[in-house]
Design a protein. Structure first.
Length: 463
């Protein structure tokens, strides 16, 4: 059973019916093995498939603001924008239209750029600026007809998810009541799902044999080749998913300057090239243009082109996952080491015993320890045992309270047995006292915290 939550950012397409009576096609994001983040209904064509751009309704229909449209068409646009007149007011956040790298969706393979002019197709729609760069399957630029004209792009056909976006008119004077118009914006490209592969006459490369004793195999970091294969299956499938990758991040210094899209760093060897956003992660230091970051790291794919770098990931000396017993005691040194990839058995309680006052320990990020629904990681299938005292230490590596309910792969509320999986963990600190208390001489305590469960990647084993 998949639990459905009414939030989310990335897109997958499902046909389903949920308990509250909603049925039909909807957009959602699969955030783990058992939870869908519901985003809204999706309108399709009369035949149940995607509609053409010319079949889209008027975006000014207010009823469209709560959902999406599934559309198949040709995307094209302007590769390099001409200099734009500075608008007389700061544009609102969100999709931009008008002067810039404009883009269109058309029923046919239409080229909107002719001799420096941008001409709308007879059967098509305007979409947001930069849409071609962000959503074309294989962006390519055609030669410009003149050095003074912006270059056209190569039209590309794909299926897209569209929504209505409000856009204030650029000519609106400052401090005026500005009219709002509604235009179409591409939310995601929906690539074909990979189906069963035909039988090959070539002997396949050997793959690791599954454990014969029913154990769950440890999940290793993705190589760049595996990530490319993952993306080729469906470029939207990794979006929003917690990734652990082994590779090299390099500064883009072509021509001595940052080359657009100007994040400045990219993951070497990726196809399509994945740009890396630094400095947003868990304690990641600022990068300089001379930095080359190599090894395992944690990241989330924010769209089909950008990785949100989070932290370096520590592996065991042989390059594999750590066992819980191999992790050192949590200290400031383990904090600065970043995240740790651990494979083990998660056991825990779903019911908290009666907790005396001041027995719940709260870390700086809000994670709770001490009395409560405790959780532990072990090397083996060790049962938690009866939780009868908030002071009695239990065997294994202690992680935050509620971790079993949040990260167990196949949660069984009636029988919380130990479950095996791979996890991303880090060290968190617990202040010795409340902010308004003086306790400078008291030591700061450190604990392990599970950040994510790393499920097996749906890609073949590669070098």
């Amino acid at each position: 059973m998949l639990t459905v939550e009414p939030v989310g950012t990335a897109i997958a397409r499902f046909q389903a019916s949920v308990q509250n009576g909603l049925s039909g096609t909807f957009a959602a994001h699969l955030i783990n093995g058992r939870t869908l983040q519901y985003e809204g209904p999706v309108a399709v064509g009369n035949d149940g498939g995607p509609m053409l751009p010319s079949q889209l309704p008027d975006p000014g229909d207010q009823g469209l603001n709560s959902g999406y449209q599934l559309v198949r068409g040709w995307i094209a646009g302007v590769a390099d924008s001409s200099p734009c007149v500075q608008p007389r007011y700061t544009p609102p956040p969100g999709p931009q239209y008008g002067c810039g790298r404009r883009a269109i969706l058309s029923d046919t393979e239409y080229q909107p750029v002719t001799a420096g002019s941008f001409v709308m197709p007879p059967t098509g729609i305007l979409v947001q600026n930069e849409a071609y760069r962000d959503f074309a399957p294989d962006p390519a630029v055609q030669p410009a007809s003149s050095p003074s004209y912006p270059g056209p792009t190569q039209p590309e056909q794909a299926t897209f998810l569209l929504r209505v976006a409000p856009s204030e008119t650029v000519s609106c004077p400052v401090a005026s009541t500005c009219p709002v118009i509604y235009l179409w914006a591409i939310q995601a490209r929906v690539d074909p799902w990979s189906g069963p592969q035909p039988v090959s006459t070539v002997s396949p490369s050997p793959e690791p044999s599954p454990p014969s004793d029913g154990a769950v195999a440890a999940v290793s970091p993705l190589t760049v080749n595996q990530l490319n294969a993952f993306m080729a299956m469906n470029s939207q499938s990794p979006v929003g998913r917690q990734l652990v990758i082994t590779g090299t991040i390099e500064a883009d210094m072509t021509g001595g300057i940052c080359v657009k899209p100007c994040t400045g760093w990219f993951l070497a060897g990726t196809n399509p090239r994945l740009w890396v956003e630094p400095g947003k992660g868990r304690g990641s230091p600022p990068w300089t243009a001379s930095d080359i970051i190599s090894g395992a790291f944690a990241a989330v794919l924010t769209d089909s082109f950008v990785l949100d770098y989070q932290a370096p990931v520590s592996l065991s000396p042989d390059g594999s996952d750590w066992l819980p017993s191999q992790l050192p005691s949590p200290t400031p040194a383990t904090t600065s080491a970043g995240d740790w990839l651990v494979h083990g058995w998660l056991s825990g309680s779903l019911v908290a015993p009666g907790c005396p006052p001041l027995t719940v320990i709260i870390a700086v990020d809000g994670a709770e320890y001490g009395c409560g629904p405790v959780a532990y990681l072990n090397d083996t299938e060790a049962p938690l045992g009866a939780v009868t005292s908030h002071t009695s230490p239990l065997s294994g590596l202690q992680v935050q309270n509620f971790a079993y309910a949040e990260f167990a792969p196949s949660l069984n509320e009636s029988d919380p047995i130990p479950e095996e999986s791979t996890f991303l963990v880090r060290t968190v600190s617990v202040p010795p006292c409340a902010p308004n208390e003086y306790c400078a001489l008291q030591p700061v305590r450190y604990y392990w915290e599970i950040l994510a469960r790393i499920d097996p990647w749906p890609v073949p084993a590669m070098p």
